[in-house]
Design a protein around this ligand. Structure first.
Ligand code: HSE
Length: 429
C-alpha cells in the first residue's frame, strides 16, 4: 500500500479523502492507496467524510516526518506553515501533491530546488483551473509545441461577477455583495477581485509554457473593482464582452510578459462564452495552433479530481523508480533560470478608452487627430448621447505600442473639451 498524509481537511481535503475512500470504478492504482494521517486544526469538528478517529491529528509536523508516509497532500493553503511543512516533508524524502498556487508561484524556486536534490516529485495540477487538467498537458503533450501565448479565465469568482454584471446590467459592488451572500465570493474577496489569485495561477502556467522561472512580483495584476456597468454596456454595443484575462505571452525576442487585467474580448473569441464560475485556458503554439481547456475551476469534487490524479501519477512514478528507473523528467519543473521580462512600453495591444467631454464642436476630430499624431489608429469611435453635463465618447484603438498609446492619452488629457477619462481597458480580438 502507498501511504498518504493529508495536510488540511477543508473543502479540497474532504473531497480528496472522499475519492480515496471510494476507489471502485476509478483508476486501478487507487486500490493501493491508504490514508495514513490527516492533519487538522480541530479534531472534534464535524466532518463530511468518515475517517478512523486515530487518523486525525493536530500535530502536522509529525505527519511530514512520519517514516511510514510516502506522499504528502498539502491542501491547507497559505504560505506558512505550508511552506515549512512541505520543505520538511521533502527533506524526509516524501513526494508532494499540492493545490497551493500562492505558495508555488512565490516559492516554487526554493521548493523545486529542494525536491530535485532530494529526488522527490512536487505535483500541482490542482493549483490552476480546479478540475481542468492543464499542468500535465503543458508539461507533456503540449510541450512539443513552441508555445507563444497562454490566455486564461482562471478565477471563477470574478468570472461569476462579470457574467452577472453583463446579464443584469448591475454594478460591481451590488453583485459582489450578492455573490458573497450566495457563497460564490469570500468574505474577504481581495485575492479574487484584485486579480491576485489569477496572477499566482498565470505565473505558474507561464513558467511551464515557456520553460523559465517567473518572479511573482513581475506579474502585473489589475482586478475588476473599477469595471462599471457603463463600460459593460458599451462593450456589449460594440460586440465585446468584458472578462478578467490572465495572459502570458512570449515575444519574438524571447522576452515574456505576464499580466492579469479586465479585457474587452470580441464575442467571437473562444473565451468569450466562458461564463459563470467556469474557467478556461487557451494555449497557442506552433505548429499546433489553438487548444482550449474548459471546465470547473473550483469546488470540492473538481479540485480533488486534480489532487487525486497527481497522486496516481506519483504512484506510477514510484512503481517505475522501484524497478530501478531514474526520476521521471516530465514531472518536476526542470527550470534553471528566470525569464527575461518584456518592457511594458514595447508591448503591442488594442485599447478601449471612455472619455467624458464638454459638448464642444470638433471634439471627436481633435481626439482622432491627437491619436493619429502619436501613431495610434482608431478602430471605432462612438458618442451615444449628449446632455447639458457633456458627452461621452468611446474609442477602440487598432494595435499600438503601450508607449505610443500612453503619450497620446497624455496629449488628449490636455484638450480643452476633455473632462475626465473614467475607463481604459485592454482589448483582445
Ligand atoms: N478562488 C478561486 C476562484 C478558486 O474564484 O477561482 C480557487 O483557486
Amino acid at each position: 500500500m502507498v501511504k498518504i498524509g493529508i495536510l488540511g481537511l477543508g473543502t479540497v481535503g474532504t473531497g480528496t479523502a472522499q475519492i480515496l475512500l471510494d476507489p471502485i470504478g476509478r483508476h486501478h492504482l487507487l486500490g493501493k492507496v491508504e490514508i495514513a494521517k490527516v492533519g487538522v486544526q480541530s479534531i472534534d469538528k464535524p466532518r463530511n467524510v468518515q475517517l478512523a478517529p486515530e487518523t486525525l491529528t493536530s500535530d502536522l509536523d509529525s505527519i511530514v516526518s512520519d517514516p511510514n508516509i510516502d506522499i504528502i497532500v498539502e491542501v491547507m493553503g497559505g504560505i506558512e506553515p505550508a511552506r515549512s511543512l512541505i520543505l520538511k516533508a521533502i527533506a524526509h524524502g516524501k513526494h508532494i501533491v499540492t493545490a497551493n498556487k500562492a505558495l508555488i508561484s512565490r516559492f516554487g524556486d526554493e521548493i523545486y530546488t529542494a525536491a530535485n536534490q532530494a529526488g522527490v516529485y512536487v505535483m500541482l495540477e490542482a493549483a490552476v483551473g480546479g478540475g481542468i487538467p492543464v499542468i500535465q498537458p503543458l508539461k507533456q503533450s503540449l510541450s512539443v509545441n513552441r508555445i507563444n501565448r497562454v490566455t486564461g479565465i482562471i478565477n471563477g469568482t470574478t468570472n461569476y461577477i462579470l457574467t452577472r454584471m453583463t446579464e443584469e446590467g448591475g454594478e460591481f459592488a451590488d453583485i459582489l455583495a450578492d455573490a458573497q451572500a450566495l457563497g460564490y465570493a469570500e468574505a474577504d474577496p481581495t485575492a479574487d477581485v484584485d486579480g491576485l489569485d489569477a496572477g499566482d495561477k498565470i505565473a505558474i502556467l507561464a513558467s511551464l509554457a515557456f520553460g523559465d522561472r517567473i518572479k511573482r512580483e513581475e506579474v502585473h495584476c489589475a482586478g475588476i473593482r473599477k469595471v462599471g456597468a457603463t463600460d459593460i454596456a458599451y462593450a456589449t454595443k460594440l460586440g465585446y464582452v468584458i472578462k478578467l484575462l490572465a495572459i502570458a505571452e512570449r515575444s519574438p525576442d524571447a522576452s515574456v510578459a505576464v499580466r492579469v487585467h479586465p479585457t474587452l474580448l470580441l464575442k467571437s473569441h473562444p473565451l468569450a462564452s466562458v461564463n459563470g464560475v467556469f474557467n478556461a485556458i487557451l494555449v497557442e503554439g506552433d505548429p499546433l495552433g489553438q487548444v482550449m481547456l474548459f471546465g470547473p475551476g473550483a469546488g470540492a469534487g473538481a479540485t480533488a479530481s486534480s489532487v487525486v490524479s497527481d497522486i496516481v501519477v506519483v504512484i506510477g512514478a514510484m512503481l517505475s523508480k522501484s524497478s530501478g528507473d531514474a526520476m521521471n523528467p516530465l514531472m518536476n519543473c526542470p527550470h534553471q533560470k528566470y525569464a527575461t521580462m518584456s518592457l511594458l512600453e514595447n508591448l503591442v495591444g488594442r485599447f478601449y478608452v471612455r472619455f467624458r467631454t464638454k459638448d464642444l464642436p470638433g471634439t471627436i476630430g481633435y481626439i482622432g487627430t491627437t491619436f493619429g499624431n502619436h501613431h495610434v489608429s482608431i478602430e471605432s469611435i462612438v458618442q451615444t448621447s449628449v446632455s447639458k453635463n457633456g458627452a461621452e465618447i468611446v474609442v477602440i484603438t487598432g494595435e499600438v505600442t503601450e508607449s505610443n498609446f500612453q503619450q497620446a492619452l497624455k496629449a488628449i488629457e490636455q484638450l480643452p473639451a476633455i473632462q475626465s477619462i473614467p475607463a481604459i481597458l485592454n482589448v483582445v480580438r
